[in-house]
Write a protein that binds this ligand. Sequence first.
Ligand SMILES: C[C@H](N)C(=O)N[C@@H](CCCCN)C(=O)O
Length: 465
Amino acid sequence: MTEKIQRILSDSKGARWTALFIVAFTMMTGYFITDVMSPLEVLLDKPVAAGGLGWTSDDYGFFAGSYGLINVFLLMLFFGGIILDKMGIRFTGIMACGLMVIGVFIKYYGVTGDFGDSRFTLSFVNFSLPMSAAVASLGFAIFGVGCEICGITVSKIITKWFTGHELALAMGIQVALARLGTAGAMMGALPFAKAFGGKVGAPVLLGLVLLVIGFLSFIVYTVMDKKLDKSVEEAKGEKEFEKEKETLDEETDDDFHFRDLKYIFSNPGFWCICLLCLLFYSGVFPFLKFATKLMIANYGVSEDMAGSIPSLIPFGTLLLTPLFGSLYDRIGKGATLMLIGSAMLAAVHFIFAIHILPYGWFAVIIMIILGVAFSLVPSAMWPSVPKIIPMKLLGSAYAIIFYIQNIGLALVPMFIGKVNGADPSYTTSMSIFCGFGVAAVVISLLLIAVDKKKHYGLQDANIKK
Ligand SMILES: C[C@H](N)C(=O)N[C@@H](CCCCN)C(=O)O
């Protein structure tokens, strides 16, 4: 048995963890860019004459939501999943990294180019943006396609290497490293911009450089991926081994058929996870985009410190996501972890909405609780997908989940930007975020019931003893 187990590369602990850290680094650089502009709203809305870009909160909301625009309206994420299952990990990953780099390049041009007073206007829908916001949004939307496709590719990579091993821990560590990227952006972007004379372009350029390094590290990963496939092929030659590693063998890309997608679409557990993902993430990522200004407006935090408080959310998740992932691996109870996380999300936003204790220290406590919620749900949700969906459809399944999630990531910030313009007290926007939390609780309960009925094993441990 031991002899057989060592026949494929992913059975080597060193190899699979090396693969994980390489691709997690690529994702981390993507996450840095995703949030690098979040703490900069205070610079963006300054008039052009004062060194800002003259964006309104509505313009900023549009920009923040543009991340998901192409993914959602051009169905790019949906196609990305199919490309992943059809063309394989290496091709898709490189394509995704390339898109990210192109997108950030355009975004950088958007925030540094001299556009004067020119505006981008679509008069038939009464839509108008400063040209800088329009160009930056275009770049961010292209980047969003790359980043999301890279996300599903990395999920499939982790499943490929870690199935039957420490799957949830590995996914937890990947997410934790991604959060390090978010935290770095939230904490560092504003001071970095100020160090360069308040120039918004400086942290974006830093992100671009990091992203190129992330791209190079993905290219290094493709070498490992080739080696893993080769070792699987060699092992396949031995009959008795073939059966044992059935799950990994299914990864061969020729096995994907469009007709199999109906297996995904007719799966109730899958739909529960999709909805939960949409609701939960709509209550977190879009909130992060506005949290810095919320700290200044409602908790009296200074401009320089304001980005540090929301950055506690990703920082908190650094340790907790792998911890909860490892708990799920060993003890199970994945669906319960999701329920608890959703309930915490609802409670936190309720507290923000009712404005009690408007002090910085209290905001810190609430952010830490949100950080725990933001560890619980992802650490259990993502490793639960392979329990519901077979490996050969996993790329498409993650893509559909990300697709539905992107509807929230695109529309919620745009909507919240408008809401904050109309109600700067944040009561309305935080009540909306609280509503997402409550709905996530309902879906988590439904998921527990469906799991009981269909025996997906969401409450079971991942590590096979
Ligand atoms: C933004 C992206 N679509 C997303 O949801 N990312 C997740 C991590 C997904 C990892 C799946 N193995 C996140 O929590 O950041």
